[in-house]
Design a protein around this ligand. Structure first.
Ligand code: MV4
Length: 422
């Protein structure tokens, strides 16, 4: 796009590729995230001394931080993402759900707003019917949730869950939903412009997760059909337009075995798994983020997958030891390639993975005409991928691509509970 870039980095990331390849780079502090990547003053200073027009927050760290979005605004620096108000509205899960109900987006039946006392919780549970789920309004991504199957369990768990939420988030607001058994996690990518118009860019199936960490994502979802995509796409657009959402975002849904779908959460950032959407619609979502931030309107049409794409997250983790982190020096690296194979990474041979941050070191993305061909291509690319010196999730992915149930597309969010690594 002809836009000059400034990279920010912590001392632990001095050797990272983004530092070398950006037009300029500014060190914003020592290794601990609190003192660097979460240090708003240091980041704003870096933007000011380099005369930057905008900040792309990436994912994680400050990407969904309303205060940071606000501070950028105050300093006349464009935060490439939504306004503080939108981040706040979607960050509080009970508020987000109430907003979606008002907008006519399907949500899981449950309590109307927050529940204050155990007595009210018992009453709500008798109306909703067991099993139920109690969730922290400040939670998300699985934190502060409990499945409850009886009054007895609710009696035991209510105060505990509440105290846990209070300690973890400084907010102990709780709400209740019917528990959806063995749901799929299917999310719709959306884009909204400054005129209040939104479009959808179809779905990603992210049901292959372990402890709320996604391992593999694919699009189209093997569970999807044209009617369901149309209905979920419409609901996602409704969600985005109801809040005049600006930027790219994701509306997450739970989908049950009857193809009922329910709004779960909205992510107000670009997500790790966005490349699979890029590959099947043939469009750069980061470029779209920058265009939307600059006030350029969306095209007005929706986007549908023309191919099949899969992403495997390559983490510096030992899949044979509970996916325990495995930082250290990469002694050998051979990256797969060829038509339809994409690797997004910051690492190289000789690079030392610092122990301070997330363990994802690469995304391997393949695209092909059909799902079966994409799986075969992924298997070939995984077998060609050589990373020595550390443990990675590659052996897990190699087994997954050969797994009969995965190959049939027969998986839900429970899939990993039963998966045994050989
Ligand atoms: C649920 C659910 C079943 N019923 N809500 C997990 C993450 C958080 N965002 C919401 N989650 C769930 N909410 C109701 N009413 C099951 C989950 C869930 C899940 C959702 C998506 C992907 C993986 C999951 C793994 C376990 C539980």
């Amino acid at each position: 796009m002809g836009i000059k870039t400034v990279a920010v980095y912590s001392t632990a990331d001095r050797e990272s590729l983004h530092v070398r390849f950006a037009d300029e780079a500014v060190c914003i502090g020592p290794a601990p995230s609190k003192e660097s990547y979460l240090n708003m003053a240091a980041i704003i200073s870096a933007a000011e001394i380099t005369n930057s027009d905008g900040i792309h927050p990436g994912y994680g760290f400050l990407s969904e931080n309303a205060k940071f979005s606000h501070i950028c605004e105050e300093h006349g620096i464009k935060f490439i993402g939504p306004s503080p108000e939108m981040i706040t509205a979607m960050g509080d899960k009970a508020t987000a759900k109430a907003t979606m109900i008002k907008a006519g987006v399907p949500t899981v039946p449950g309590s109307e707003g927050l529940i204050d006392t155990l007595e009210d919780a018992l009453k709500a549970a008798s109306e909703v019917g067991y099993p139920v789920m109690i969730k922290a309004t400040a939670g998300g991504g699985g934190k502060g949730m409990r499945i409850i199957r009886s009054d007895e369990e609710l009696n035991v768990q209510w105060d505990k869950a509440r105290a846990e939420a209070g300690a973890a988030f400084g907010n102990d607001g709780m709400y209740m939903e019917k528990f959806i058994e063995e749901p799929r996690h299917i999310e719709i990518q959306i884009a909204g412009d400054q005129n209040g118009n939104a479009c959808h860019l179809s779905e990603r199936d992210c049901s292959v997760q372990r402890r709320h960490q996604k391992l593999v994502e694919e699009t189209p979802s093997p569970f999807m059909d044209d009617n369901l995509r149309e209905a979920m796409g419409k609901a996602a657009i409704k969600a985005a337009e109801a809040i005049r959402y600006e930027g790219v975002g994701t509306v997450e849904f739970l989908v049950d075995k009857y193809k009922n779908f329910y709004f779960m959460e909205m992510n107000t950032r670009i997500q790790v798994e966005h490349p699979i959407t890029e590959e099947v619609i043939n469009y750069d979502l980061i470029k779209e983020q920058i265009k939307l931030a600059a006030g350029i309107p969306i095209s007005g049409k929706n986007y549908y997958p023309e191919k099949h794409a899969i992403e495997c997250r390559i983490n510096a983790e030992d899949p044979y030891n509970g996916f325990r982190p495995s930082p250290g020096k990469i002694t050998t690296l051979h990256v797969p390639g060829g038509h339809g194979v994409r690797v997004d990474t910051h690492v190289y041979a000789g690079y030392t993975i610092p122990p301070h941050y997330d363990s994802m070191i690469a995304k391997l993305i393949v695209v092909h005409q059909t799902r079966e061909e994409a799986i075969d291509k992924m298997l070939r690319a995984l077998q060609e991928f050589v990373i020595e010196g550390i443990k990675t999730t590659i052996p897990f992915h190699i087994q997954l691509m050969q797994d009969e149930r995965f190959r049939k597309g027969d998986y839900t969010t429970k899939f990993m509970d039963d998966f045994v690594l050989k």
